[in-house]
Design a protein around this ligand. Sequence first.
Ligand SMILES: Cc1cc2nc3c(=O)[nH]c(=O)nc-3n(C[C@H](O)[C@H](O)[C@H](O)COP(=O)(O)OP(=O)(O)OC[C@H]3O[C@@H](n4cnc5c(N)ncnc54)[C@H](O)[C@@H]3O)c2cc1C
Length: 475
Amino acid sequence: MTNKMLGFTNTEQHYPETMPVAARESNFDEIYGQFDPAEAAVQAARCSQCGIPFCQIHCPLSNNIPDWLKMTADGRLQEAYELSSATNNFPEICGRICPQDKLCEGNCVIEKGFKSVTIGSVEKYITETAFANGWVKPISVGSESGFSVGIIGAGPAGLAAADMLRRKGHEVHVYDRYDRVGGLLIYGIPNFKLEKHIIQRRHHLLKESGIRFHLGHDTDGRAFDEMRGKHDAVLIATGVYKSREIEIPDYSLDNIVPALDYLTASNRKGLGDSVPEFDNGYFNAEGKEIVVIGGGDTAMDCVRTAVRQGAKKVTCLYRRDRINMPGSQREVKNAEEEGVQFVWLSAPKAFVGNKNVQQILVQRMRLVAHEASGRQSVVPVEGENFAVAADMVIKALGFDAEDLPTLFAAKELKLSRYGTVEVNNRTMMTSIPGVFAAGDIVRGASLVVWAIRDGRDAAAAIHQHIMTQARSIAA
Ligand SMILES: Cc1cc2nc3c(=O)[nH]c(=O)nc-3n(C[C@H](O)[C@H](O)[C@H](O)COP(=O)(O)OP(=O)(O)OC[C@H]3O[C@@H](n4cnc5c(N)ncnc54)[C@H](O)[C@@H]3O)c2cc1C
């Protein structure tokens, strides 16, 4: 099948079928369907093949999107997969959860007037077709290098690095404190965005590739020391997990919970684990009035999880307005469709209750002139307060890094002023020789696609470091 490109001139933008809103109420399955072959080819052929591909420029992985769209339009799907996976270790994940509206699709030149090419859905189609046809294979290592690398953290940064290093023939050991692989992909992000069997399928492939996983392995000072002694290089890819606090002094009411604890309980339940704090109702939104505080991806995942757990009412308080939200607009739209009420320009001022929270006293905010960052600041509107009822409050204000120099008993590990691990941008090496870092622990809370990019860069730097060390010993 061959489709002429430039189809945007006569073909409307079309996304795969989405699960009807009524069916989403108690259903945790992924809401987006998948293109059939004809739809994928026709939608891919809407690409204008513009001279300067802004989709590619705005992709942190520099994915060669125009070329794999053309191959999809031509029905050359195996080549499309090979090209797409040459720059992205996990295209099945990015196709589903990248904020395409901010990255590739948001920068598609036909977006102005014709609506962008549906790049993410085509990426998902190509990758799922590749899995279905057996084109995605475990790594087959030609010859073992004899060197070994220890990676702390099995999130997307650690896994991308593990994949790339194994391809070079190194022995790769991944250590994670969780009992499953995936980091935030497995316990943070809910099923309705990313079903867990997708992560488990990738874990299986990486295991088949010879990568060794040590799960339930919490790295502390002793373990960090041991790792440095055992491996030729170590990569820190531990992500950021310290929840930011609400600036309300001395609140001691129950039922005010951190977002990640709430989402982890829900994801574990979905995976069939025993979760007493869910079963006793503490982390279960069923029948409750839920208020989520925050405006990022985490807040959107919490409100939509609460809807599916059967909450009576779900409200999201965010101190800025809709266009200044850090989260993806696509997710806000999904949440609105699912019945979530957004109260823009509002910040919690006090929690009211007796043992358990019953109400939030909310301060109305207003936007003021741009900060140096380009985002507008907010200030309280004097005298404008109101109350919102709440049986459970979920705090989704973002995450900071744990204090790794203390945790790893490595005072020489230098941090940035944000508390993240400082690396040399060229070598990805930390202040400790032979120890590298990648992903959220370097960047601060970010995106999966950036974690993959950092993992790939760190792997290239580690390989170069190991080979240089080996050459200098041999000389
Ligand atoms: C709720 C939520 C929703 C999100 N939604 C999206 C989205 O839709 N799209 C998107 O692109 N991004 C999203 N993100 C962001 C994305 O998940 C992260 O940017 C990405 O996972 C970071 O990857 P990482 O590998 O650096 O860290 P992580 O994924 O956090 O993985 C770090 C791993 O290190 C392990 N670890 C930590 N400390 C230790 C230790 N001491 N010893 C052993 N193991 C340790 C952890 O257990 C974890 O498995 C979301 C984040 C959250 C919280």
